[in-house]
Design a protein around this ligand. Structure first.
Ligand SMILES: Cc1cc2nc3c(=O)[nH]c(=O)nc-3n(C[C@H](O)[C@H](O)[C@H](O)COP(=O)(O)OP(=O)(O)OC[C@H]3O[C@@H](n4cnc5c(N)ncnc54)[C@H](O)[C@@H]3O)c2cc1C
Ligand code: FES
Length: 374
């Protein structure tokens, strides 16, 4: 029997050596060797952290769930961490962070659920175009939003909207471990149809006596209504002050939890994950109200009047497209070299004044004249 014509032949040793040498990468520019490998062989690249989308399903309104099989460089993750996913849209590589929703399993697959934002580039692209067989860049996992190795006695998980993903990962991991202590999961969504994993959550809650699930639909009638309040918390988790609490959701939910925890003087650990970058505006958080000087983007030769916002936004305003991932100082995708001038880190307040320093431009606000290799 003759082999099918389109079946890719196995690579011979010299070809493998060529692949490893990086020479092919150079020859393959501008697409990169992985793109050619995808076209030629439908195969996975050996040297880049990448993943293949192996299944796509739509389980709730406005989101898509992707099963990904990472390549051999994947070493697993801890529940609650995130990965940087890279896709090519109209010839431009875009990277965003996503928190796997699966448990810390070892079968090598990860699951992401991506909510489509109406004005969002990557989330809409994935919702509309993700298909089995598609290759994406997938970084190693990062982040500290994880469970302590010694699991806490009481756990309270609070999420809203797409913030459900790291909570699913924590919950599934605890379920798989047979975690014996109490876990309360409080989730906010617009309607029931907007809640991914609802059936599974209800199954977990009905089969595990130590798990309590409370779904609050802010736009539907239900036992609990509206947004998070002390009254709600007392109903759902009367012992919330004694629980280790994990929160992920929209800024309003995070702000409400922070305020309540501060007012009640709660000392138990509170872990917070935000999917949205904070706004760094002139006049706030130690950023000068009347910025002066200019920003010189050396690679492109462009100069802009310093308007007091972070350097990433000022670069975009000047028509540049520096790479970014999280826009909040956690993924380091936006790192650039500051060759002259001073910047303030909007998160830590730290000022860096040396020449030739690597800075994260998404959280760096210029103080006076600054020069960057962007
Ligand atoms: C650590 C971390 C983990 C994350 N995990 C997930 C996850 O599991 N699932 C998931 O769906 N998203 C997750 N995100 C958010 C994700 O990284 C992207 O920000 C989101 O998909 C939007 O990207 P985009 O390219 O579509 O929007 P962009 O093109 O970058 O933004 C366009 C506009 O969309 C709006 N927008 C962007 N993000 C949000 C948001 N989160 N909420 C409201 N409006 C927004 C803003 O108005 C923004 O100006 C995570 C973010 C971080 C930092
Ligand atoms: S974009 Fe993630 S650190 Fe700047």
């Amino acid at each position: 029997v003759k082999p099918a014509l389109l079946t890719p032949a196995p690579l011979r040793p010299p070809a493998r050596r060529l692949l490893r040498s990086g020479l092919l990468e150079a020859l393959a520019t501008p697409h990169g060797v992985d793109r050619y490998l995808e076209l030629l062989r439908g195969g996975r690249a050996p040297h880049d952290p990448r993943a293949e989308i192996v299944a796509v399903r739509r389980q709730s309104v406005g989101s898509v769930t992707l099963a990904l099989r990472p390549n051999d460089r994947w070493r697993g993750f801890r529940a609650g961490q995130f990965v940087r996913l890279t896709v090519e849209i109209a010839g431009v590589r875009e990277t965003r962070c996503y928190s796997p929703a699966c448990g810390e399993r070892v079968d090598g697959e990860i699951e992401l659920t991506v909510k489509a934002h109406p004005a969002g580039k990557v989330s809409r692209y994935l919702n509309e175009h993700a298909r089995p067989g598609m290759l994406v860049g997938c970084s190693e996992p990062e982040g500290e939003f994880v469970l302590p190795r010694q699991r806490p006695e009481r756990l309270l998980l609070i999420s809203g909207g797409s913030g459900i993903t790291p909570m699913m990962s924590l919950l599934r991991t605890l379920r798989d471990e047979g975690h014996p202590s109490r876990v309360t999961f409080l989730h906010y969504a617009r309607t029931k149809r907007h809640i991914p994993y609802r059936d599974e959550l209800e199954r977990i809650a009905s089969s595990a006596s130590n798990a309590r699930l409370v779904l609050v639909c802010t736009r539907e009638a239900g036992a609990l209504k509206g947004h998070l309040s002390r009254r709600q918390l007392r109903q759902v988790a009367p012992d919330y002050a004694r629980a280790h609490t994990y929160v992920c959701g929209p800024p309003s939910l995070i702000a409400a939890v922070r305020a309540l925890w501060a007012e009640d003087g709660i000392e138990q650990p509170l872990w917070i994950e935000s999917f949205l970058p904070p706004a760094f505006a002139a006049g706030g958080d130690g950023i000068p109200a009347h910025p002066d000087g200019s920003v010189y983007f050396a690679r492109s030769g462009k100069r802009a009047t310093n308007d007091g916002r972070c350097l990433l936004e000022q670069a975009e305003q000047a028509g540049l497209r520096p790479p970014f991932g999280c826009r909040m100082g956690i993924c380091r995708m936006c790192t650039a070299c500051k060759t002259a001038g001073s910047v303030r880190n909007a998160l830590s307040g730290e000022i860096s004044s040396g020449a030739n320093e690597d800075i994260q431009i998404c959280v760096s606000v210029p103080i006076g004249d600054v020069e960057l290799t962007v």
